[in-house]
Write a protein that binds this ligand. Structure first.
Ligand code: ZN
Length: 320
């Protein structure tokens, strides 16, 4: 069935949001790397490093190293009341201070967006906007009205509607807000912001060439699912997420496999012992068989089996 103009606008908006999320994620990756490197530089001056992860203790009992982590992380928080809301016991210090840079930065991100414990960290648009607002590193966070307008694009046309149909004017206004985000001086000269702005401008003119086949397919599915809005929203949320989230999933799966292999590690010595015993047993048997064969061979060919065992015997025989 042919999509109506309103439905086509919705498809274009989904594509624009997907593009926006990718652009934002790239920018955030770069910035989190910068923040994390700076924190590490300062924290490493406080020795010794902590091995016990103090964050489960009362804050008075924290070691100097962990206190430094906390001070450094808090130094990037824009508004003081936010500091009081951080539940430090929910932060995974093993990830935050561990050798896997990706996990560490994701954990750092989760502090600034105040993720609920035991929920996966997703770099979706809403979470990234919270990061901008809460973390002083991001100048764009001071422009609350800009961030709110982008939030509204998503909420009005995407998150809280079962009507997957938007007007031409609404599409243009929405994409304009997304463009303004990348035009902010703190973002404009970073990486691919200008390229994203160019693409968003084309989408604003309803250039369908930029719409991926997968977006068309998803939207067809979503429009059919309009009476099951929660499933539809879930599918849309997943689709818009940047690919690095999939990489994160792959990493989680890989970690699960490694954990599973580590879990089997106690079987390895047992297996090796059995293998060595088996090889030794076969080797001894082979040795025995080889000696026996040599002995029998000598009987059959020379008729003087004693020659093998006694050179003297041979001497005596040949002298007869
Ligand atoms: Zn500590």
């Amino acid at each position: 069935m042919q999509a109506s103009t309103g439905e086509e606008n919705f498809i274009v908006l989904i594509q624009a949001l997907r593009l926006t999320n990718r652009g934002l994620k790239d920018y955030v990756d770069f910035c989190l790397e910068d923040i994390y490197s700076s924190i590490i530089r300062n924290v490493s001056k406080v020795v010794p490093a902590c091995n016990t992860y103090c964050n489960n203790l009362h804050e008075n009992q924290w070691c100097a190293h962990c206190k430094k982590w906390r001070t450094e992380i808090e130094s990037y928080i824009r508004l003081s009341p936010f500091k009081k809301k951080i539940k430090w016991q929910d932060i995974d210090f093993r990830k935050l201070t561990g050798p896997d840079g990706g996990l560490a930065k994701t954990e750092l991100f989760s502090i600034y967006i105040r993720r609920h414990p035991n929920t996966p960290v997703e770099f979706d648009i809403q979470a990234i906007l919270s990061l901008f607002q809460n973390c002083v590193y991001f100048d764009i966070g001071k422009n609350k009205s800009l961030l709110d307008s982008v939030r509204n694009v998503r909420n009005k046309h995407f998150a809280h509607t079962a009507n997957f149909d938007i007007t031409n004017k609404s599409l243009r206004d929405s994409v304009d807000k997304l463009i303004l985000l990348f035009q902010h001086p703190s973002m404009l000269n970073y990486g691919n912001s200008k390229c994203i702005i160019t693409k968003l401008r084309k989408l604003r003119k309803r250039n369908m060439e930029l719409v991926e086949t997968s977006t068309h397919e998803l939207c067809r599915e979503i429009i059919e699912l309009r009476y099951d809005s929660s499933t539809a929203q879930r599918k849309l949320d997943t689709y818009i997420l940047p690919p690095s989230t999939e990489t994160g999933l792959v990493r989680r799966m890989r970690a699960a496999v490694i954990r599973s292999i580590r879990g089997q590690c106690h079987y390895v010595p047992v297996f090796l012992t059995l293998l060595i015993s088996l090889i030794t047993a076969y080797w001894l048997k082979y040795e025995k068989d080889t000696n026996m064969k040599g002995y029998l061979y000598s009987i059959m060919t020379r008729n003087y089996p004693q020659e093998l065992q006694s050179p003297e015997g041979k001497f005596k025989v040949s002298n007869l």
